[in-house]
Write a protein that binds this ligand. Structure first.
Ligand code: GL9
Length: 833
């Protein structure tokens, strides 16, 4: 039977095609229908959770209709599409976002109220979709929002992990990891049991010749695992475009389930095979900026790349175009090196399966792919051992060697007699065992390579990828500075501020053209506006104080200066610098007279973030923060002058409460280490000022909002190498103020000092790689300026407003348009109403 309904019967369909609700009454009808029928509940047993499910289903229906239409429209229009391949999509909650993007939150609020529910309680029932570690995964989520909002024909491709990033509990001051099983009761995904791809692993390659004597490579035997598609609708804001995020789930291939074993009564081992297949998409690796070369991780990468490429190629082949047109129809962006195997898989499809000549295939591949680098940290750069790859993906390894051969020949032709260069740029590192350098493969297989902030992209060109700039010229390398979506990070997270801005600017247009915020600058001196602005910040701080109370039991004073550092815990991000600064503040207050204390600006130091489970030093930092909190928060000498808070289980939904509530936030990485940072943008967009180093996007934020409005400190990236060199040769003097902090720690002030000895030793004895001591003095000085300036609230609020006014550059809408123009060469597909 043909899949589509014949033309003459379509009228009957259209008549019954699901309708949209645009009023409170229609929403209520849909909600009650879902609760009573889909969920089989009634008004006698409907709690907040059932109300959430019903509301989500009602909105889901709306999304599906536009989603189907969008897919039809895009297929019909037949223009170039973007595919964003990312191993992480840190989506957070979907309901609030869906309500706002389709413009029906008020109808839902009123409808829920009529039926006995508070919309905030209902929204907070949703479990975060936490398929990511941090900035890289959240950036991918912001990109999807902007791609849909700007009407680009675009798909995300990722993995459907059964377990997202672990939940963090703090027990006795230690991080404890709890598995995050999140898939029960997830109304936002659609299983597509008819969209499956068989993925091969292991096996052998046999070389033969076809009838014409052409050499062929047959990848045989091995193991087959099935990829099943799960689709998630991605609604744009204020547009009908609803794009697709396709996540692959692994399952034993039906052909693979061993019926022989089964029939022979070996049921358990048949089930074990099944489970082994399902393991591939079971869990997100919880590392941040670190690669550990585990076979299962490589399996995940290939599984996802192969399934996605099969899908993309299948869609292209339906258009019956010539292969040479592939790059005119398809742009594939690699989110870091994790999907680099897609380059190899594409070449394999074209050469081994579609029978193209190598050179022609390679031209198509390189025109199709773009690669984004997110970090210069050496421990994050992916390398896979050759023996491992040989075993798991024998044909792919051959293709990699072939790519490398042609590449090295090209280098040799252009730079004759430079053996050293050849060794340096070879995809294969001549170590024991040999390693495949994925970043080099990604550069060679792409037409554009970009970094994520100016300094970062410059560092790529002058250090990590210097040789490749020589080889290919500078044009292959570019910068696209990161951004955030103002829909989630202003409108959703800070509804009051969004409403106030809309009132002043005469509408919410700034949400789709963030540069319009510059009109706020006219109101910096408007007293009434400043008062309203301050009142909103204050209410947001009360909201955060409630979250702090609920999650830690501590009561904090919302009038104190809220100083926030929330992000993954990592030595390079330097939460240790922050907590040492807090200890310094504590000691200073302890040494004050009652008179002196009156001049102290009360402060709440707020931390949040997860440590990778195997990262001992990061866990030690969390432990120290919590032990300092234990001591400081109950010290009557200090009272409200200082509180230390560690908010457990930092995630996207908590970030939505935290970002609008900071007075200052900390972005204090060692200069030259943070690719971009994106929470820096979220905090400033919500009227918080920042204290930071000249690193990542802090530099461009400073340029936009001006040096007046940011508290910068610390050594510059260009000085780091020299300082490290000096430390290495024993030229190291512990900063005297930091020495006092260490003395306090060593006096067991915060519990057994032995717990923290690795942390202090890494600075005092092991070279202080992250320059904590070098930057300590200027960090403390910068905080003194913060205290000083916070006392002048009028000026402070003026800075806050002026900064927000100048944040227009940092929208992912600008970012996506840059990618579209300079890397993808794709156009939006306008939607007519
Ligand atoms: C990161 C960089 O470290 C950040 O500086 C950058 O803002 C983001 C997005 O470009 O990418 N790279 C990286 O591996 N992570 C980043 O945050 N880590 C995680 O996502 C956990």
């Amino acid at each position: 039977v043909e899949a589509s309904i014949p033309e003459q019967l379509r009228e009957a369909w259209r008549k019954h095609s699901a309708s949209e609700f645009t009023s409170k009454e229609q929403f209520e009808k849909e909600l009650v229908r879902h609760i009573e029928t889909t969920l089989a509940r009634s008004l006698y047993n409907c709690d907040d959770n059932a109300a959430y499910s019903g509301t989500a289903l009602a909105f889901r229906d709306r999304l599906i209709i536009e989603w189907n239409r969008t897919q039809q429209r895009q297929t019909f229009n037949d223009q170039k599409r973007v595919y964003y391949l990312s191993l992480e999509f840190l989506m957070g909650r979907a309901l609030d976002n869906a309500m706002l993007n389709v413009g029906q939150k008020e109808a839902a609020r009123d409808g829920l109220k009529d039926l006995g529910f508070r919309i905030e309680d209902v929204i907070s029932q949703e479990h975060d979709a936490a398929l990511g570690n941090g900035g890289l995964g959240r950036l991918a989520a912001c990109f999807l929002d902007s791609l849909a909002t700007l009407n680009y024909p675009a798909w995300g491709y990722g993995l459907r992990y059964r377990y997202g990033i672990f939940k963090q509990e703090i027990i006795d001051g230690y991080q404890v990891e709890i598995p995050d099983y999140w898939l029960d009761n997830n109304p936002w995904e659609f299983p597509r049991h008819d969209v499956t791809v068989d993925i091969q692993f292991y096996g052998t390659v046999r070389k033969t010749q076809d009838q014409n004597g052409k050499v062929q490579h047959l990848w045989e035997n091995g193991e087959i695992v099935q990829a099943v598609a799960y689709d998630v609708p991605i609604p744009g804001y204020g547009t009908k475009t609803t794009n697709n995020l396709r996540l692959w789930s692994s399952k034993a291939s039906t052909g693979e389930f061993d019926f022989q074993k089964f029939n022979a009564g070996d049921y358990e081992s048949a089930v074990a095979d099944q489970q082994r297949a399902e393991t591939i998409s079971a869990v997100l690796y919880p590392n941040d900026n670190l690669e550990r070369g585990k076979e299962l991780r490589l399996k995940q990468q290939y599984f996802w790349c192969a399934a996605s490429l099969f899908d993309i190629v299948r869609r292209f082949k339906k258009t019956k175009r010539a292969w040479s047109e592939f790059p005119d129809q398809v742009a594939i962006q690699l989110n870091d090196t994790h999907p680099t195997l897609a380059i190899v898989e594409m070449q394999r499809i074209l050469v081994d399966i579609e029978d193209l000549e190598w050179d022609e295939a390679w031209r198509i591949v390189t025109k199709t792919f773009g690669y984004t680098n997110h970090t210069v940290l050496p421990e994050a750069l992916e390398k896979w051992s050759v023996p491992l790859m040989q075993n798991l993906l024998p044909r792919h390894l051959q293709i990699i060697y072939e790519i490398n051969l042609f590449f090295l020949q090209y280098v040799e032709r252009n730079f004759p007699n430079d053996r050293d260069l050849l060794t340096r740029v070879s995809i294969i590192e001549e170590s024991h065992p040999k390693m495949v350098r994925m970043a080099y493969l990604a550069i060679i297989g792409s037409h554009k390579v970009n970094g994520v902030a100016e300094l970062h992209s410059d560092l790529l060109k002058t250090t990590l990828f210097k040789d490749f700039v020589e080889i290919y010229g500078p044009d292959r390398f570019t910068n696209v500075t990161n951004g955030v979506t103002p829909r989630r990070w202003l409108h959703q997270a800070n509804p009051e501020l969004s409403a106030l801005i809309a009132k002043k600017l005469g509408g919410h247009e700034f949400l789709t053209d963030l540069t319009l915020l510059d009109k706020l600058e006219a109101f910096v001196d408007d007293k009434e506006f400043r008062t309203e602005w301050a009142a909103i910040k204050s209410r947001n701080k009360v909201r955060l104080a409630q979250l702090i109370k609920e999650t830690t039991g501590y009561t904090v004073n919302p009038d104190a200066l809220f100083d926030v550092q929330v992000k993954r815990i990592h030595e390079y991000k330097r939460q240790q610098l922050n907590i040492f600064g807090v200890i310094h503040r504590y000691l200073t207050i302890k040494g004050m007279s009652a008179e002196e204390k009156k001049k102290v600006v009360p402060r709440v130091s707020i931390f949040g973030g997860k440590a990778a489970p195997g990262y001992w030093m990061a866990k030690t930092i969390i432990h120290l923060i919590n032990k300092v909190a234990d001591v400081v928060n109950k010290d009557p000498d200090v009272g409200d002058l200082l509180k230390v808070i560690f908010i457990p289980d930092y995630n996207v939904s908590k970030a939505e409460v935290i970002c609008p509530a900071s007075d200052i936030s900390e972005h204090i990485s060692t200069a030259g280490t943070e690719g971009s940072g994106t929470s820096n943008m979220k905090f400033v967009l919500n009227g918080g000022l920042i204290i930071g180093t000249c690193d990542g996007a802090n530099i461009e934020i400073t340029r936009e909002i001006s040096e007046q409005n940011i508290f910068l400190f610390g050594n510059l990236a260009e000085d780091v190498e020299e300082l490290r060199h000096r430390h290495f040769y024993g030229e190291f003097q512990l900063d005297p103020q930091l020495a006092k902090v260490f003395d306090a720690i060593k006096s067991n002030m915060f519990g057994d000092a032995a717990h923290f000895s690795a942390l202090t030793a890494s600075i005092e004895e092991h070279g202080d790689y992250y320059l904590v001591s070098d930057d300590f003095n200027s960090y403390i000085a910068a905080h003194a300026v913060v205290d000083q300036e916070f006392q002048n609230q009028k000026e402070w609020i003026a800075k806050s407003i002026a900064s927000v006014a100048r944040m227009g550059f940092f929208s992912t809408d600008r970012v996506i348009n840059e990618y579209a123009d300079s890397i993808w060469n794709v156009e939006p597909l306008a939607v007519k109403d």
